[in-house]
Design a protein around this ligand. Sequence first.
Ligand SMILES: Cc1cc2nc3c(=O)[nH]c(=O)nc-3n(C[C@H](O)[C@H](O)[C@H](O)COP(=O)(O)OP(=O)(O)OC[C@H]3O[C@@H](n4cnc5c(N)ncnc54)[C@H](O)[C@@H]3O)c2cc1C
Length: 429
Amino acid sequence: MKTVTVVGASLAGLYAARELRAQGFDGRLVVVGAEPHHPYDRPPLSKGFLTGDCAEPQLALSDTEEAAQLDAEWILGTRARALDARGRTVVLDNGRTPASDGVVIATGAFARRLPGPALTGVHTLRTLDDARALRRDLIHGPRRVVVIGGGFIGAETASSCVSLGHDVTVVEAAPLPLATQLGAEMASVCAALHARGGARLLTGVEVAALRGAGPTTLGGGAVTAVELSDGRLLPADVVVVGIGAAPNTGWLTGSPLALDDGVLCDEGCVTTLPQVVAVGDVARVGGFRAEHWTSATEQPRVAVRNLLARRTVETARPLPYFWSDQYGSRLQFAGRRREGDTVRVVEGSPDASDGDGFLAVYERAGRTTAILALDRTRLFTKARRALMAAAATDREAERERDEEGEREAEREREAERQAEYREDAARAS
Ligand SMILES: Cc1cc2nc3c(=O)[nH]c(=O)nc-3n(C[C@H](O)[C@H](O)[C@H](O)COP(=O)(O)OP(=O)(O)OC[C@H]3O[C@@H](n4cnc5c(N)ncnc54)[C@H](O)[C@@H]3O)c2cc1C
């Protein structure tokens, strides 16, 4: 391959660029990013960056020395607009069209917004620019902050706002936040962290509208309150909309790639075109799309190997893992929990009031499917390692079963060929 274009200059894009060089690609490497910034880390944006514990330079994922080693052409502040029918030309919104032998799609996800006119004081939190704008609104004295959505980013933002001394209310439409990810029992443990930390949590109620006053250049004025579907009005100076993210696939509409809640890939991150792979938050790998830091850093190795081989020579099903820091506690989760799994606390106590943390395991048919820990980092790391080893053994057994199945099928085909041969021979004699 002479030219590879990586679209998306963030975590997964940077890791893909590193892998390309590490795996021997010595051709032209182009990295295109919609944001004007070099790759930076997003997890601190809702945590230390908001609270002021993490300064902007600390967000950088790379440095000038590495940039020189990667020898890549960075085209920043420029959006890819399309991918041609053969998956070889990326069309940029500055009119350039880098022709490529291989393309890595790493365009991540964008924060969902609420409909309605733009109001000052209303924020989403996905990018550095989002975080800068929110931080600017949070440095002026105690404010009434309403966080819409009690997912991980909502909870972390609420926690950061509490620690800055603001009055914080979290509004969650579901009966319990995080129930889809953690199951009802453990989700209620996490929900209790809000009360422990000093934020109000309102559940089972939707936002009907955002109220604003005084027109501004944005059109809708400054936010004054959040109106709930049950008629309540929450006065607000700052609103953070944390209602999830959606994959950045709009630019691929009309390309031959299959899109459905992400770019569809096989388990080797290869799309429907062998010279195009997808990684990170935008990629739906083997039917599963993760929005976790660790997936974005693990997928590029396999994706790049397959890209350079021009076919899937390696698959990877890394065990999903994420962490979240809220109200001074660290939450960690690994594995694939499904509806109906039972959950068992094996260490500590989930009672938020004792603050000692716990480790819980999710089980199905006597086997561990996932693990969750609160403030039990060492134990969690051990349990995660064991879960990864068990998953690797299962995969090996599955591979052996597949190979044996293939051998058995070949034996049957051979037996049929022999039988046909004998019949032909009998007819001929
Ligand atoms: C506030 C916040 C806190 C988080 N905290 C945690 C955490 O505690 N733990 C955890 O596991 N994960 C966390 N995450 C998730 C983690 O940061 C993501 O999984 C990770 O950033 C995904 O990396 P990515 O490169 O796939 O996508 P992104 O980081 O979204 O990067 C995609 C890049 O592609 C660019 N792009 C989009 N479209 C185009 C286009 N058409 N042309 C060119 N460029 C384009 C975007 O501008 C962006 O720069 C957090 C995320 C956020 C936002």
